[in-house]
Each structure stands twice: as structure tokens, then as C-alpha cells.
Design a protein around this ligand. Structure first.
Ligand SMILES: Cc1cc2nc3c(=O)[nH]c(=O)nc-3n(C[C@H](O)[C@H](O)[C@H](O)COP(=O)(O)OP(=O)(O)OC[C@H]3O[C@@H](n4cnc5c(N)ncnc54)[C@H](O)[C@@H]3O)c2cc1C
Ligand code: SF4
Ligand code: SF4
Length: 377
């Protein structure tokens, strides 16, 4: 485990280097960090030399090997899709209440099953107020579908996990992006080893994510074009569509991706994970099969939950075509390579000469991501 630091180092290493994604993992731990309209800031200085804020942050010396050993009992070897047991096609089943699901409703169905079966007593989900994504804590399975759908902005969802832990919930479920799943994996290890800091996450459902959008910049771009209060949902269909579609009360509005892509936070270009490798299970779109999801089953808990959801009629699965898995694997490998090059250019991999890194990766794993001439770091 690398040395842990406090909020001063978090601000220096993450905020000032423009690496903060606004995941919310450092919010609701103390009175000092707040997220406002997508941006996390420190309101007052804190003198603690070590803090959970630094320890949970997915952009502050995240040690992929340590996490992989703790979660999967194996060292981090940069395999493109991470450690998994199975990949299947999935969608919500007949017993699942209707909702405005992003694709097949697999995420919502799994969370409903987890709550019905008692695996989770509070779910940390993401809602939206106008065009501002917000954490939503849900304690009744009937309320899960109301938080369905993707908000394609970076969201402070994990503030909800910290709040739930503080409120004394003992079985927390959470849905989030790969960077958020990395933070959750760090939370689960209780890095400061204090009993009162235990975060009882019993289920982490990860999403696939190639990039997200900066909330403030998206609001600025759309101001005067779309009334935020009229937006019902958003979608980014697979290529060749090349648009962000906003479903509004007055119909749908298409925004070209060439307008949208400049709003991607730079930190997304330093992100190595497409498929939430540190979640119990991961869910993404099934390109070419609308209404279905790709479901990656990783942990034992996840395998049991999928079986339970099928038995309860909440989930339907089918085998995943080998060419779809190959396509996903290639996309995940490409993201790793692209991001590792940028991390290396910025001296953000493995602490060198006292400069703290954003991420720690074994050399052998780097060599698997990059051709040999680039990996002698
Ligand atoms: C920023 C972002 C980028 C994505 N990029 C890709 C991609 O490149 N390729 C791909 O295949 N899939 C991507 N997805 C995932 C995809 O959009 C669907 O979420 C996924 O396929 C699950 O579909 P579903 O019908 O099962 O979800 P639903 O049952 O509709 O549930 C969606 C869940 O996502 C949660 N959620 C919504 N917005 C956010 C957010 N901003 N942060 C954290 N949690 C959120 C909700 O709380 C809800 O629980 C992305 C999602 C997000 C949020
Ligand atoms: S924990 Fe999340 S919100 Fe806090 S500094 Fe790190 S990336 Fe930003
Ligand atoms: S690309 Fe990575 S850093 Fe950006 S939102 Fe997605 S998971 Fe987080």
C-alpha cells in the first residue's frame, strides 16, 4: 500500500493537476469538501496528515496491484476486461417493474433483486436535477426504477455512499462508473484501518464508460438551446450516429458529438478502465442489440445475484457472441494504451523522484499495455 496523505496533498495532486472527476468519494466525510454543480472543492484547509479523502480518491496514487490482490487474489496484469467469471447478454425480465431504462434495465433489475433478497438495504444511485447529476439514496426497491437512465456527466454519486455509511446503513449497494468503482474498491479496504471508518458496501455495480462530460460546460453549451427542466433522458447511440440525443417534453434534440467532445474532462483521457474492473459486476450497452446489455460477472456475490435475479424473473440472460466479446476486449485495450501514454507523458505513473503519481501499475502490466519500446519505466 503506498503512503497515505491528507487533504493538502489531495488538492495538490488531484485538483491542481486537473485530475479530479468529481466522483464524490471525498465528499460527506468531513465538512470541508463539497461538490457544487459537478465540481468538488475544498472550502477550508484541514491539518490532518492522513485522510480518507486521499485514501479513497481514484486519482491519488491508486495502487492497482494492491487492489487486484485484495479483491481478486491475483496481481494486476492489465488484462483488458479485468478479472471476470462470465460475460453474457442480459436484460430485465418479466417480473421487473417498468422504468425509463437506459438499455435493457439490467442494472436496475440487479439492484431490485439485491434489495428484495436483503443483500442491500440502501442503494447509492444517481439522479438529475435539471442538467445537474445528483446522488440519490434509495431504501425501497420500488424506487430503484425512478433513478434509471444514464446521466452522461461526471456525478458525485459516492457522496451518497459516505452519507449512507454515516447514517449507519450496514448493507450499501452502489452503481457507478469505473473511476467510482476504483474509489469504492479503496473504500472497501478500509485504508486507514479504523473500525469507525468501515464502509459496508455489499454490492458494487459498475458501468462501462469511455468518457463523461463536464457538468458546468454542458450546462453552458445547452443554455438557451434546451430548457434543462424539460429533459427526460439522454442517449449516445453507437457509431455511426455521432450525436448526443436529449429526449425532452417537446421531442428529441440532437447535439453533434463534435460539439460535445470538447466538454470531456482531461482526466478521462488518463483513465485506464473501460469496464469497471473493480466492481462485483459490470454493465454496458450491447452494441447492435438495442434493449439488451453486456453483463460482466466478476465476484462470487455477483454470480449468486445473477442466479437469484434469473430465478425471480427479474433478469433474462443469453450467451454473448464471441465476436462481441472480442470487440469489447479491443476497445478496452485501446483505452488502456491511449491513457497510459498520456499518464506516462505527464509523469503520473508510479512515484518517481518524490513526485506522487496518480496511479501505481506494475512494470510487467505496463509492458502488456504498451509495445516494449514504450514500457521501460
Ligand atoms: C458517464 C457514462 C458513460 C458511459 N459510457 C458507456 C460506454 O462508453 N459504453 C457502454 O457500453 N456503456 C456506457 N455507459 C453505460 C450505459 O449508458 C448504461 O448505463 C448501461 O448500459 C446500463 O444500462 P441499463 O439499462 O442496465 O441501466 P439502467 O437500469 O437504466 O440503470 C442506470 C444506472 O446508472 C446510474 N447512473 C446514471 N448516470 C450515472 C452517472 N453519471 N454516474 C454514475 N451512475 C450513473 C443510475 O443510478 C442507474 O442506477 C455509460 C454510462 C455513464 C453514466
Ligand atoms: S475523490 Fe473524487 S471528487 Fe474527490 S478529489 Fe478525488 S476525484 Fe475529485
Ligand atoms: S472515463 Fe474514466 S475518469 Fe472519466 S468518467 Fe469514465 S470512468 Fe471516470
Amino acid at each position: 500500500m503506498p503512503q497515505l496523505f491528507g487533504s493538502k496533498e489531495l488538492v495538490d495532486d488531484v485538483h491542481k493537476r486537473d485530475l479530479c472527476i468529481g466522483c464524490g468519494a471525498c465528499v460527506e466525510l468531513c465538512p470541508y469538501f463539497k461538490n457544487y454543480r459537478g465540481k468538488t472543492s475544498q472550502l477550508f484547509a484541514c491539518s490532518l496528515s492522513q485522510g480518507r479523502c486521499f485514501a479513497y480518491c481514484p486519482k491519488a496514487e491508486a495502487d492497482l496491484d494492491e487492489l487486484s490482490r485484495r479483491m481478486w487474489n491475483t496481481s494486476y496484469d492489465a488484462r483488458p476486461l479485468g478479472v471476470y467469471r462470465a460475460i453474457v447478454a442480459a436484460r430485465s425480465g418479466e417480473a421487473m417493474p417498468k422504468g425509463r431504462f437506459q438499455a435493457g434495465g439490467t442494472v436496475s433489475a440487479l439492484m431490485v433483486c439485491a434489495m428484495q433478497r436483503g443483500l442491500v438495504d440502501v442503494a447509492a444511485l444517481t439522479g438529475r436535477n435539471g442538467l445537474i447529476p445528483e446522488p440519490r439514496l434509495v431504501t425501497r426497491w420500488q424506487d430503484v426504477p425512478a433513478a434509471a437512465g444514464s446521466q452522461f456527466m461526471a456525478s458525485p454519486t459516492l457522496a451518497g455512499v459516505n452519507l449512507a455509511a454515516r447514517q449507519g446503513y450496514k448493507k450499501i449497494g452502489v452503481v457507478g462508473t469505473p473511476c467510482q468503482m476504483l474509489a469504492v474498491a479503496q473504500m472497501r479496504t478500509n485504508p486507514l484501518a479504523k473500525e469507525e471508518h468501515h464502509v459496508p458496501v455489499t454490492l458494487a455495480i459498475g458501468l462501462f464508460c469511455n468518457w463523461s462530460l463536464d457538468t458546468r460546460q454542458l450546462n453552458a453549451l445547452l443554455s438557451g438551446r434546451v430548457a434543462a427542466g424539460t429533459i427526460r433522458g439522454m442517449d449516445i447511440p453507437p457509431p455511426p450516429a455521432n450525436v448526443l440525443i436529449l429526449e425532452t417534453d417537446k421531442g428529441s434534440e440532437e447535439i453533434s458529438l463534435s460539439e460535445i467532445k470538447p466538454l470531456i474532462p482531461h482526466t478521462c483521457f488518463t483513465c485506464l478502465d473501460l469496464t469497471s474492473e473493480f466492481a462485483d459486476l459490470s454493465v454496458g450497452m450491447f452494441e447492435g442489440r438495442p434493449g439488451w446489455n453486456t453483463l460482466v460477472v466478476r465476484s462470487e456475490t455477483a454470480a449468486r445475484l445473477v442466479a437469484d435475479a434469473q430465478a425471480d424473473g427479474l433478469l433474462t440472460t443469453e450467451p454473448m457472441p464471441a465476436e462481441t466479446v472480442a470487440h469489447l476486449t479491443a476497445a478496452a485495450a485501446a483505452k488502456k494504451e491511449r491513457s497510459l501514454r498520456i499518464l506516462l507523458q505527464r509523469d503520473l505513473v508510479n512515484t518517481v523522484n518524490g513526485q506522487r503519481a496518480a496511479v501505481r501499475i506494475p512494470r510487467e502490466a505496463m509492458a502488456r499495455i504498451l509495445p516494449p519500446r514504450d514500457s521501460n519505466r
